[in-house]
Design a protein around this ligand. Structure first.
Ligand SMILES: C[S@@+](CC[C@H](N)C(=O)[O-])C[C@H]1O[C@@H](n2cnc3c(N)ncnc32)[C@H](O)[C@@H]1O
Length: 274
């Protein structure tokens, strides 16, 4: 289902840059996360908010039959190109919105994975309802959601960026609320899942980049939609240099590598049995 970029700010945000440039720093963590999922040959997997396939690709390499759905048409194209060059015929990317999966039938997947994906869709209760609807009874849902009020990289980028940006429109629900256990429980129980079928753990993704932290900041500035928007807002107030300096200080402080960049970031891993 194609959605219209002119009327959908969510789609416009993610098509604005090129998330592939950031995803390239997340491949190793994506692969290890998928290895922990017990993916078996023929398992029917939906990767929601898949980007260009950081988790969808390794799942297909383990033999799963994977449909990857993302709202950004450029990332769908990049994903299909990656699947083709990897020779994977069991992996297909298509455009769609996590809050309205009307092209997908009820009970069609054994496993729905959404790593920092569906959390960015508006209407979180609709997202939970749709994810549950397409998962077969007895199937599993695994979400990776960034944490609010967390000292590690992603929440800090968003916090710094927010200070340079206009307030969000009225009624906007922050994607970071998907990192609050109580909110996640409320969303999935409203979709009919018993509370005891929902569990939480803390996990870590590491951003690995061959250059120095300031060069990774430059990648975010040039290619990551939310950071691009923050720089545009900062430019309007002539404060781009301040934003740059704050982000460089953050990336430097969190870097654990002596010669390149390796920044671990904590997230909430949610597992739901339907
Ligand atoms: C931070 S990226 C993560 C991508 C991928 N899961 C990964 O780990 O590399 C967020 C992704 O969610 C997608 N996204 C945002 N809103 C969406 C929505 N409403 N429906 C489907 N995908 C969405 C974006 O296009 C983007 O690819």
């Amino acid at each position: 289902m194609a959605t219209d970029v002119t009327t959908n700010p969510n789609k416009a945000l993610w098509e604005k840059g090129d998330f592939t440039r950031i995803a390239e720093t997340m491949r190793e963590s994506g692969e290890s996360l998928v290895k922990s999922l017990g993916v078996t040959k023929g398992l029917k997997v939906l990767d929601l908010g898949s980007g260009d396939g950081t988790t969808a690709l390794p799942a297909a390499q383990l033999g799963a039959d994977v449909l990857a759905v993302d709202i950004a048409s450029n990332l769908v194209a990049a994903g299909n190109a990656r699947a083709e060059s990897a020779g994977l015929t069991n992996l297909r990317f298509q455009e769609g919105d996590a809050s309205d999966l009307r092209d997908l039938e009820d009970d069609s997947f054994d496993l729905v994975v959404s790593i920092f994906g569906a959390m960015f869709a508006p209407k979180p209760f609709d997202v939970a309802k749709e994810i549950v609807r397409v998962t077969r009874p007895g199937g599993r849902i695994v979400m990776g959601n960034w944490l609010p009020n967390d000292p590690t990289l992603v929440n800090q980028i968003l916090k710094i960026s927010a200070a340079y940006s206009p307030p969000p429109p009225e009624g906007f629900v922050s994607p970071m609320t998907w990192g609050i256990e109580g909110e996640v429980t409320e969303r999935f129980t409203a979709a009919g899942v018993p509370e005891e079928n929902i569990s939480f753990e803390r996990d870590t993704y590491t951003f690995n980049y061959a250059g120095r932290p300031s060069e990774l900041v430059a990648e975010f500035r040039a290619y990551y939609g939310p950071t691009m928007n923050a720089f545009e807002a900062a430019a309007a107030d002539d404060r781009e240099a301040d934003l740059q300096a704050e982000l460089e200080a953050l990336f430097d402080a969190q870097n654990t590598s002596g010669h390149a960049t390796a920044i671990p970031a904590t997230f909430l891993r949610v597992t739901v049995t339907v």
